[in-house]
Design a protein around this ligand. Structure first.
Ligand SMILES: C[S@@+](CC[C@H](N)C(=O)[O-])C[C@H]1O[C@@H](n2cnc3c(N)ncnc32)[C@H](O)[C@@H]1O
Length: 316
């Protein structure tokens, strides 16, 4: 029975998930972006996103949405689900974007996404993979909730950047930027090798379509001396070299979800009478009933609070 296979696959969810880099109570948006002198990076990222995102889409999952810095850039999508582990980041996002019908706010762990299979036709993950101790597992889970042919925009922190290469060559850095394994330079902060990220994408059901290198001029002195708009313009030109070489601290990729293995689970969930959106992250059942203040899983009786318009799937 297909239904049995669906629940069978879900049992693996009981596994222990990797640690989460906790942003609870963090003022990241204000201290890092608004007061941190990062207009250049923000604008360069906006250009990369504009170049990679499809003009239109139905349902977009923003993984690690934080305080919603990028969310207004997803205008072409009818509905955006902002997902983040941190409730306080989502509260900040809600303050910024409001409780419009266009947005759903979900507190959950990327390793156990609370959605049925093959739900989204788009997903983004910006400045978030670098917190993943098990990046392939996170990519696998994102692929599970994506429809075949959907678009996935992934940004990752690149260990093979010019600054790291220079520091390594003059002996001021002990880890090699040339080797394929991730480097954890601060606890739960990882830089990745481009070849490794490309391999993972392929292994987890994504077909890489385009790469843009971003933040070529992330150097304090340059940012102080050269007007931001000139740096942004130069970066926008240099981004196009991203398919040929990747030597910047940040790389944006666009991939297509390929293969249709997860569609089966989606159909099984539909046949089993699920409403076709959330699934219980504790047991994997799509039989979840929404009340005023909580969602209840009728299969395992887990109760998931809904607090001030934010669905909270973090603890059973
Ligand atoms: C550096 S912030 C980036 C926020 C936003 N994407 C941006 O670019 O402004 C990383 C975000 O990832 C979230 N995060 C880290 N680990 C996570 C996990 N396991 N599941 C879901 N979100 C996670 C953090 O809570 C944080 O809000």
């Amino acid at each position: 029975m297909e239904e049995d296979r669906f629940y069978e696959a879900s049992k693996s969810m009981k596994r222990k998930t990797p640690p989460v880099c906790d942003y609870h109570g963090s003022d990241y948006q204000t201290s890092f972006w608004e007061k941190g002198g990062r207009d250049y990076e923000d604008q360069a990222e906006a250009i990369a996103l504009r170049r990679l995102l499809p003009a239109r889409g139905d349902l977009l999952l923003e993984v690690g949405a934080g305080a919603g810095r990028n969310t207004p850039r997803y205008k072409g999508y009818q509905h955006v689900v902002l997902l983040d582990y941190s409730l306080t980041q989502l509260q900040q996002a809600q303050e910024r974007l409001g409780r419009s019908d266009r947005y759903t706010y979900v507190a959950a762990d990327v390793y156990q996404l609370p959605f049925i299979n093959a739900l989204f036709d788009g997903a983004t993950m910006i400045r978030t993979l670098h917190h993943m101790a098990d990046a392939p597992a996170a990519l696998r889970e994102i692929r599970r909730v994506m429809r075949s042919q959907g678009t996935f925009i992934l940004e990752y922190a690149n260990k093979l950047n010019l600054k790291a290469i220079g520091r390594y060559l003059i002996g001021r850095q002990d880890w090699s930027p040339f080797t394929p394994e991730p480097v954890e330079f601060v606890e739960l902060n990882f830089d990745f090798h481009p070849q490794t990220v490309r391999r993972w994408l392929g292994e987890e059901g994504f077909q890489l379509e385009r790469q843009l290198t971003v933040s070529h001029f992330r150097i304090g002195l340059l940012k102080r001396l050269v007007p931001t708009k000139i740096l942004v313009f130069l970066d926008s030109l240099a981004q196009h070299t991203g398919n040929w070489w990747q030597l910047t601290p940040s790389v944006f990729t666009r991939s297509k979800a390929v293969g249709d293995a997860t569609e089966e689970g989606h159909l099984a969930a539909k046949r089993a009478g699920a409403d076709g959106f959330f699934r219980c992250p504790a047991c994997g059942s799509a039989q979840v009933e929404e009340g005023e203040a909580s969602l209840t899983c009728t299969a395992c009786s887990s109760v998931w609070p809904i607090q001030d318009g934010i669905y909270d799937f973090r603890k059973g």
